[in-house]
Design a protein around this ligand. Structure first.
Ligand code: NAD
Ligand code: TDX
Length: 332
């Protein structure tokens, strides 16, 4: 049994991880979360209070971070500004949280000699051509495109430097696009599901041909636990579930599932610098740590996610109007 500190645990992937840990291990969990627009207490409802605590605070607050590291065995670092479109609108919070926040955690890990696992993204590798047979591996050079992905790349490099220069016990995972319950309605899949549920049309950027490599958030969680358990200090592991789909295909599946014509969507203004395709080769994680995803059927996982949004309107409705007002101001 370990005492885990989970930063960003009130966000989408962090809250899925907290549920996964409490259901599948005997670890206890403290969440450190600033509760930005992306944090939601309701995502942590129903947890076993004897093994779970929420601390509201900022990962750039060094004295707070220091006191929490002292009381925990390992730290899993999810906290971030995570949305590309927001980073194109106002990059500053991305530098503060993703760069200075990660630096603050690394300094605390160094001081208290604690295990740190850093959560990152495949976007640090830039993008691939649609017809490129290659996928990203742990050896692909970094080439980020957006303010968001460049701050995630910077945070990864800080982690590597603190391992090498100061002997910090850290690992890194870079995961592909996640879907599942508790994802903010600003993101692609929840935005389109909730649009259709509200009688609005899905909005596809540009031609809709951009490809993302989808993985269920619960599979991301099991992979992170595998790395915490068996990962080699200083190593990077890519997480993916062979889920490549173009955006148009995903929207067509959502529309069909909800009883609408498959072409009842709008093409809208493209995202500036829009990455074309992401694709992950997760051979290292599968062969060295014996991990495998549970959700191998994307269509079934998507259907369960649609069901979750249909059943949990009270969770997403408070964010929907402000999110759509932001997109409308960008012609999206
Ligand atoms: P999210 O935006 O849903 O959640 C982020 C959480 O971090 C929120 O609860 C927010 O309140 C908290 N937070 C933000 N700034 C903070 C600060 N300064 N101090 C403390 N807490 C703060 O993000 P997500 O989609 O769950 O992503 C989580 C992590 O996973 C991020 O590091 C992201 O880069 C990475 N990731 C995401 C995806 C994806 O598909 N969403 C894929 C790969 C990697
Ligand atoms: O309304 C939309 N229409 C649309 O076509 C939105 C919101 C998005 N898109 C497109 C852009 C992308 O090609 O859908 C794709 C997915 O978009 P996002 O959900 O914004 O995700 P992405 O930019 O791919 O980044 C996500 O995966 C990697 C997460 O937000 C990041 O945090 C993670 O690092």
């Amino acid at each position: 049994m370990a005492r885990l500190l989970v930063t960003g645990g009130a966000g989408f992937i962090g809250s899925n991880f907290v549920h996964h840990v409490l259901e599948n291990t005997d670890h206890s969990v403290t969440v450190l979360d600033k509760m930005t627009y992306a944090g939601n207490r309701a995502s942590l409802d129903g947890l076993d209070e004897s093994r779970f605590e929420l601390v509201v605070g900022d990962i750039t607050d060094a004295p707070l971070v220091d006191s929490l590291f002292e009381k925990h065995d390992s730290v899993v670092h999810y906290a971030a500004e995570s949305h590309n479109d927001n980073s194109l609108n106002d990059p500053r919070p991305f530098l503060d949280t993703n760069i200075i926040g990660t630096y603050t955690l690394l300094e605390a890990a160094r001081k208290h000699d604690r295990r740190l696992h850093h959560i990152s993204t495949d976007e640090v590798y830039g993008d691939l051509e649609l017809d490129d047979p290659e996928r990203f591996t742990e050896n692909t050079p970094y080439n980020p495109s957006s303010p968001y992905s460049s701050t995630k790349a910077g945070s990864d490099l800080l982690v590597r430097a603190w391992v090498r220069s100061f002997g910090v016990q850290a690992t890194i995972t870079n995961c592909s696009n996640n879907y599942g319950p508790y994802q903010h309605v600003e993101k692609f899949i929840p935005r389109q599901i909730t649009n259709v549920l509200r009688g609005e049309r899905p909005k596809l950027y540009g031609s809709g041909e951009n490809v993302r490599d989808w993985i269920h958030a619960d599979d991301h969680s099991s992979a992170v636990l595998a790395v915490l358990d068996k990962g080699v200090i200083g190593e990077t592991y890519l997480i993916g579930a062979d889920g490549e789909k173009n955006n148009k295909e995903v929207v067509e599946l959502i529309l069909t599932n909800l009883g609408q014509p498959a072409d009842a969507y709008d093409l809208v203004t493209d995202r500036p610098g829009h990455d074309l395709r992401y694709a992950i080769d997760s051979t290292k994680l599968r062969t060295e740590l014996g991990w495998a995803p549970r959700y191998s059927d994307f269509e079934a996982g998507l259907a369960a996610t649609i069901e979750w949004y249909r059943d949990n309107e009270a969770w997403w409705a408070p964010s929907k109007d402000a999110t759509e007002a932001f997109y409308a101001s960008k012609g999206q």
